[in-house]
Design a protein around this ligand. Structure first.
Ligand code: ATP
Ligand code: MG
Ligand code: MG
Ligand code: MG
Length: 576
């Protein structure tokens, strides 16, 4: 590719709404352009990265015996009604109507459609196993689309679905995918961890997430440095042994029944003027045992956005200090304040919470917070200032670093990750709901045993950048770089030998199948280097007249601090 014929548009400054480095650099390097909230154009430079991610995924899926197909982005609601997800999925599912008033959905995932395909075609156990996948546009109406491609509303996912005759075979298919995922993520050249995830109602250990390690990751990962144990926080919390935390939950369960308070009561309690616009509040309450001793300080987090009417908030007195708050219902809070369902204290704080805060709260640390329900009790709550204002993360944990590992082989550590893949054993959840059967070896109809396997194709480049960048820009791993090599000729218009050497090396590399771009835009060296460092091409060759006269060109890896001389005669062998 010649740069003059390609589409390169770099920016000095990132737009103000780009909060994390991958979003900033993707915008600045011209990989994506925003069209709407959580909706982006994949620009030519960005699309090259996405296509490379897809190619690796496709190759390894095919190698693992999966078969590619493509399912419609717009899907009739009837199938989604069969499984109950048309209603159950809530506002993340985008529902639309056609001209006849019929309901449709924009696929957020495709279990229903693929199950429908299989129930039509699979007659006998002899046709099994099968694994169908697609690399396709998804839409999820995320409540807070943000961080560019990291949490888009429209995004590309690779979704695969396995179909088997029985549980034993389904588990083999699951393991086959879990191994294929390791090969895929190894090839991307990123540091990642496969962690056990919650497999929901089905139980068992058959759900794993693939997490790219990065400080800005939205997920907390719990692992044991001296053993193989690794789980996401939800899963680790579910397995946490009974102990003081559960006892504290019991105490919480005994807090008195809520009464009613007015806006004025709340303002007085908090010592803030009535007209304050509150984005979030933190209240500390001491929790006493039956003997009246304070056992824990509990913190209720109330996440409120903008102006609102507090009249309906119910308040109950807690022995010791202040008050605890109870809302009428989660749904009510959700509707009223536009917060994540289940992301609101005090009812159900099981996950890390992103808070908008306009009050100074950093003086408090290691809180306990939770709900008046057993096991919803959370310790070690802290503000983290890693993210730019106004976002603060509270790490809300049942499990804290230093806890013993469940496998008994050490203590736990915690780090943050970005979920880029997820493998999941589904059992017969969808095949039963949709009556998808086949004739078993015994001649009787049986439900298909299923698994589903996702990879966030467009999230992956964002995760790669979070992990691989410096102050000058992106540093792509070779495997997913938009171009692997860039050739930068220095003033070739003045020096015919420079032009000739650059053109020659370019066509040799092209001929050898190297993904090379020749910067023939006529930019000054400084601007040219700045662009390629921002874009993050891993290998750069600079060809200048003086060097050529001395018989060398210059090579610099994107991670190198300086260029090194390479014999001009062997440049091609060096690079290919
Ligand atoms: P998250 O926890 O980040 O919301 P999820 O668990 O809802 O993700 P899955 O249903 O497991 O996502 O989908 C499979 C993969 O699709 C995820 O592992 C992730 O890489 C990707 N993905 C999910 N939601 C988004 C999104 N809004 N934008 C980009 N990629 C996404
Ligand atoms: Mg999600
Ligand atoms: Mg998830
Ligand atoms: Mg997931």
């Amino acid at each position: 590719m010649k740069a003059s014929q390609f589409f390169i548009s770099t920016l000095k400054e990132a737009p103000a709404d780009a909060e994390i480095v991958s979003h900033q650099l993707m915008m600045r390097a011209g990989l994506i352009k925003k069209l709407g909230a959580g909706i982006y154009n994949y620009m030519p430079m960005g699309l090259r990265v996405i296509r490379k991610v897809e190619a690796i995924v496709r190759e390894e899926m095919n190698r693992a015996g999966a078969i590619e197909m493509s399912m419609p982005v717009i899907q009739p609601a009837e199938l989604w009604q069969e499984t109950g997800r048309f209603e159950a999925m809530g506002p993340e599912l985008l529902r639309i109507k056609d001209r006849h008033g019929r309901d449709f959905v924009v696929q957020p995932t495709s279990e229903e459609v693929v199950t429908d395909v299989m129930r039509q075609d699979i007659r006998s156990y002899k046709q099994l196993p099968k694994n169908l996948y697609q690399i396709q546009t998804k839409f999820r109406d995320e409540r807070r689309p943000r961080f560019g491609l990291m949490r888009g509303r429209e995004f590309i996912m690779k979704d695969a679905y396995s179909f088997d005759r029985d549980q034993t075979a389904a588990k083999v298919s699951y393991q086959n995918m879990a191994q294929a995922y390791r090969r895929i993520f190894d090839r991307f050249g990123l540091t990642y961890r496969a962690v056990a995830a919650d497999s929901g109602a089905i139980g068992g250990d058959l759900s794993e997430e693939f997490q790219v390690i990065a400080a800005t990751g939205e997920d907390a990962i719990v692992y044991c440095p001296t053993s193989d144990y690794a789980a996401n926080m939800e899963k680790a919390e579910a397995l946490a042994p009974a102990g003081p935390r559960q006892e504290a939950s019991q105490t919480l369960a005994k807090t008195p029944t809520p009464g009613k308070a007015t806006c004025a009561d709340v303002a007085e309690l908090l010592g803030i003027p009535l007209e304050t616009t509150v984005k979030s509040l933190v209240l500390a309450t001491d929790l006493s045992n039956e003997a009246g001793e304070v056992v824990k300080t509990q913190v209720w987090l109330l996440l409120l956005r903008g102006d609102h009417n507090m009249n309906e908030i119910k308040v109950g007195k807690v022995p010791g200090l202040d008050a605890s708050f109870r809302f009428a219902s989660l749904a009510e809070i959700d509707d009223h304040f536009g917060c994540e369902p289940g992301y609101l204290g005090p009812l159900n704080l099981k996950k890390p919470v992103k808070l908008l805060v306009d009050r100074e709260v950093a003086v408090m640390a290691d809180w306990v917070c939770g709900a008046n329900e057993a096991d919803f009790h959370i310790t070690g709550v802290n503000w983290s200032r890693d993210l730019p204002e106004p976002d603060l993360i509270a790490d809300i944990r049942n499990v804290v670093a230093g806890d013993p590992s469940p496998d008994g082989n050490g203590v736990l550590a915690i780090e943050r990750g970005i979920e880029v893949g997820h493998v999941f054993y589904l059992g017969t959840k969808y095949s039963q709901a949709m009556n998808a059967t086949f004739l078993g070896e015994n001649g009787k109809p049986q439900f298909l045993e299923m698994g589903c396997y996702g990879i966030g194709i467009t999230r992956l480049p964002a995760a790669a950048i979070e992990q691989n960048h410096d102050e000058r820009g992106i540093i792509w791993p070779d495997a997913i770089a938009p171009f692997t090599v860039v050739i930068c000729p220095i003033t070739p218009e003045r020096f015919p030998d420079v032009k000739a050497a650059s053109d020659k090396l370019y066509s040799e590399l092209l001929g050898a199948g190297v993904d090379v771009i020749l910067d023939d835009r006529g930019e000054r060296p400084g601007a040219m280097f700045a662009d390629w460092e921002l874009i993050g091409v891993p290998h750069r060759v600079t060809i200048g007249d003086r060097g050529l006269k001395e018989g060398h060109i210059e090579y610099q890896h994107r991670r190198d601090t300086a260029a090194s001389k390479v014999d001009a005669a062997t440049a091609f062998d060096f690079l290919k």
